[in-house]
Design a protein around this ligand. Structure first.
Ligand code: NAG
Ligand code: NAG
Ligand code: NAG
Ligand code: NAG
Ligand code: NAG
Ligand code: NAG
Ligand code: NAG
Ligand code: NAG
Ligand code: NAG
Ligand code: NAG
Ligand code: NAG
Length: 722
């Protein structure tokens, strides 16, 4: 069971999201009326919104957001009314909102209509919505929203807002609201069961200087909190809590770089409770405490997590004592919780242990957490999960979670775009053969206009244009070069010379000589004669000494035990990735090389490396860590025809808590190239097979070097397919 999802966040993320998309939610809103739609706004009138006075203040608050959202979209603001259970002052067709077990209004509606709420009753954060007749005295019909609990009702409202066109990011990222004059709810209504992940939230991390300075300006007029100087007061958190709930999340680790949630602003914690946001803590952040000023920490009930002390900075310990001391700290923390909660069974208090960075190393070195503590499995700062819960870890009563701690884009010594580790630029014109075209771009080196002509010393070359002109208005022109008549050529490589001659218009300072310029381009056409007997071949054809194809473009796909290589669209650097699926198929089994599910690719080569019969196969894998445990490193196998099969376990092992030595290169390039040489592959048609050994391997692309492969990131464009 996945109990937690936490995302470390800094302001950069906030600014980059800008789409209104209700993820995975069924559409239940229409902008045109049709039979049985419920009108939220029609003809300039908005349905009034009714709540009970005894409703959660957090729901009251979200209802006022909801009314403003309707106004944002339509320009018409619904009234929000407290309906007392005795007298309903309602006009026609209101929206009635209430939380089961809390709202006397919703009790009354259910009593009056016998509305079936069994689908949401007792279901964490679930909600339903439906139109009912005669819900209240004097009310003919209403759209009734029932939340199973406080957040269930709040999510019901924000779900509608999002579908109306108000992005959760409308404030943080200035996402424009799409206007509509009328709003309707479809007859099926809107509903959602319990989310499959119980706690979903963010961590405000690395907030200095960006978020801190911005918050100082935006929320405090430049004055930080008394003890810490922190700007993260309840004005800031009101905006953040609203965002969290609009995104259907429920959980927060507050900002902690020089900030202390409970100390910085006494209103922070009650506000979280009012909104309905559960709090955890990270690093050295003190537990939620009532009155820290006199040294007494009294833990409040807004929510709590068991925190791992920030070992790298706070607890200078030796190798072996680390684990014992840590286990004792956790045990002490559990005792504090038990005491504060007056002997409450500790196993019923949600606690999570975050296996981030070196902390995962402690776990791998044998440190244990009680079974009721959730293990929060972490990524490597680049978005790659470091370990999946193993079979033996999946039955923990505390469950498990995922912690995504992206690095985006910071100062990165492997990032060429930031000026680091850039390769020396080179320019070469590749050989030409029937399966690709070449082009030359002609551009201005200055403001003087010129005309140009293109010519060759052979008659079999063809140009997309043989003349043109370049000026500031038209600063570049592309000339495509191809072979017009292959029949004039014999087999093999045939050289030609192309001449680009430019003639500039007269300009001050240009002598007659300087006005003319000529550039020669050497060109080699390669005519391959298809080996006899291959006329019926279908597959990828060699081009310039190399063959390249996307992993998804297999000729054949052979499942084994219900597992098949399956495309994950959009994943990776070029087209997509393929991976054995289902992920835990055949009880998570692995396969010996050659026995597992496979994909096959037919190809035709005209050459081998130095006519040796060798070819080199480079498969490009997504960088993934050995998340199946150290005895199950990622592995796959490659075979050409019936030649000896070759296995690759491409990710080296790492010491506990560490990353593999090669990891930075792999992850900075977002690719892992695996190179294998096969001998005895004569020119002709062949089949390359990729076999599953272990799950969770993603293959993106395959490049075969038959002697002409040039250096590049991902190989040449995909080869022509016959
Ligand atoms: C919805 O109504 C608008 C305005 O009357 C109209 O232009 C549009 O075609 C309608 N769309 C549909 C799907 O009926
Ligand atoms: C409804 O009643 C609650 C509780 O008294 C109050 O906090 C809230 O402001 C009222 N809402 C409106 C719209 O009057
Ligand atoms: C439920 O409805 C019945 C009549 O339909 C009424 O007598 C009763 O008082 C109602 N109960 C509550 C709690 O409103
Ligand atoms: C900041 O200054 C403005 C204008 O004086 C004032 O309205 C606002 O309340 C101040 N905010 C804080 C957090 O002090
Ligand atoms: C500290 O404050 C708390 C809460 O006000 C109070 O219960 C406690 O007695 C105080 N402790 C001391 C030592 O003054
Ligand atoms: C523990 O008991 C005390 C005294 O009865 C009470 O004030 C406090 O609210 C209780 N704490 C919790 C977390 O239930
Ligand atoms: C986990 O629990 C399931 C269901 O109770 C059981 O079938 C399975 O054997 C357990 N696995 C382990 C590793 O204990
Ligand atoms: C054209 O030029 C190339 C390169 O200089 C040369 O190798 C080739 O023989 C020439 N062909 C003819 C027909 O002149
Ligand atoms: C420059 O090129 C033009 C056009 O090809 C030609 O007519 C002219 O004679 C050339 N002038 C010199 C000085 O080469
Ligand atoms: C399959 O996994 C086991 C560990 O469970 C390992 O010992 C074995 O080497 C793996 N087989 C292959 C082919 O990698
Ligand atoms: C062919 O491959 C074998 C095995 O990798 C290698 O020893 C040999 O040097 C290769 N020959 C050429 C010409 O690359």
């Amino acid at each position: 069971m996945l109990n937690f999802f936490a995302l470390a966040l800094s302001l950069c993320v906030l600014a980059s999201l800008h789409q209104v998309n209700a993820l995975g939610q069924t559409r239940c809103v229409d902008f045109n009326s049709s039979t049985s739609t419920f009108a939220v706004v029609q003809g300039g009138n908005a349905a009034p919104i009714l709540l009970a006075e005894d409703e959660w203040p957090g729901v009251q608050r979200a209802a006022s957001d909801f009314a403003v959202d309707v106004e944002r979209v339509t320009g018409v603001k619904p009234s929000v009314l407290n309906a007392s259970t005795s007298s309903t002052s309602s006009s026609s067709r209101p929206i009635i909102i209430g939380t089961l077990g809390k709202s006397s209004l919703i009790d009354q509606v259910i009593n009056a209509t016998q509305l079936d709420v069994s689908a949401v009753e007792g279901a964490w954060e679930a909600f339903m919505g439906t139109e009912v007749e005669n819900p209240l005295p004097g009310v003919d019909s209403a759209y009734v929203i029932v939340g199973a609990d406080k957040r269930g009702t709040i999510f019901a409202l924000y779900d509608l807002s999002e579908q109306f066109g108000v992005s959760p990011w409308y404030w943080w990222a200035d996402v424009p609201v799409k206007k509509h004059s009328e709003l309707f709810i479809t007859p099926n209504g809107c509903a959602h069961g319990s989310p499959s992940v119980q706690y979903r939230g963010i961590f405000i991390n690395d907030e200095q200087p960006g978020l801190t300075n911005w918050a100082l300006e935006k929320f405090t007029n430049g004055t930080g909190a008394l003890h810490t100087g922190s700007p993260f007061n309840h004005f800031f958190y009101a905006k953040l809590f609203e965002l969290i709930l609009r995104m259907k999340a429920n959980y927060l680790w507050p900002a902690m770089w020089g900030s202390a949630f409970n100390v910085d602003d006494a209103e922070n914690q009650p506000l979280a409770d009012m909104f309905g946001v559960v709090l955890g803590t990270s690093h050295e952040e003190p537990w939620p405490a009532q009155s820290p000023s006199n040294g007494t920490y009294s833990v409040k009930e807004t929510g709590i997590i068991l925190q791992t002390p920030s070992l790298s900075t706070n607890v200078p310990l030796g190798e072996d004592t680390n684990i014992e001391l840590l286990e004792r700290i956790i045990s002490d923390q559990r005792q504090i919780l038990t005491d504060v909660y007056n002997g409450t069974d500790i196993r019923t208090i949600p606690q999570v242990w975050t296996l981030y960075k070196e902390v995962q190393g402690f776990y791998e070195d044998g440190m244990m957490a009680p079974d009721d503590v959730a293990l929060l499995w972490s990524d490597d700062n680049w978005g790659n999960i470091r370990r999946f819960p193993l079979e033996s870890e999946r039955n923990r009563s505390g469950g498990s979670g995922v912690y995504y701690h992206p690095q985006r884009p910071g100062d990165n010594k492997n990032n060429c775009a930031q000026g680091y580790s850039c390769p020396v630029p080179t320019l070469t014109l590749d050989n030409f053969d029937p399966f690709a075209n070449r082009y030359v771009d002609i551009g201005a080196g200055g403001p003087t206009p010129f005309t140009f002509t293109v010519s060759a010393n052979v008659s079999w070359l063809k140009f997309s244009t043989t003349q043109g002109s370049i000026s500031p208005d038209r600063s570049e022109q592309r000339v495509w070069i191809s072979v017009g008549d292959w029949d004039q050529l014999e087999g093999g490589d045939i050289a030609a010379k192309i001449t680009f001659a430019a003639s500039a218009t007269a300009a001050p300072g240009l002598t007659l000589q300087m006005r003319n310029m000529s550039v020669a381009v050497d060109f080699v056409a390669t005519k391959n004669n298809v080996p006899a007997g291959n006329a019926k071949f279908t597959g990828f054809v060699e081009d310039g000494g190399a063959i390249a194809f996307e992993a998804a473009h297999a000729s054949r796909n052979n499942p084994v035990q219900g597992i098949r290589w399956t495309e994950i669209p959009g994943l990776g650097r070029t087209l997509s990735g393929i991976t054995p699926w289902p992920r835990s198929g055949a009880d998570g089994a692995n396969f010996t090389a050659g026995s597992g599910p496979s994909v096959e690719y037919d190809f035709l080569n005209f050459n081998t490396i130095s006519e040796s019969g060798n070819i080199t196969v480079i498969t490009y894998e997504s960088p993934s860590l050995n998340g199946n445990g150290n005895d199950r490193p990622l592995g796959f196998a490659v075979q050409v025809d019936d030649l000896a099969i070759q296995s690759s376990y491409f990710m080296p092992p790492a010491a506990p808590g560490q990353l593999p030595s090669v990891w930075n290169d792999f992850v900075a390039n977002s690719i892992v190239p695996v190179t294998m040489t096969f001998e005895g592959v004569e020119p002709g048609t062949h089949t390359l097979k990729i076999f599953m050994i272990e799950p969770a391997v993603v293959v993106q692309r395959v490049v075969i070097d038959t002697g002409g492969l040039k250096q590049s990131y991902f190989g040449p464009p995909e080869s022509v397919q016959w």
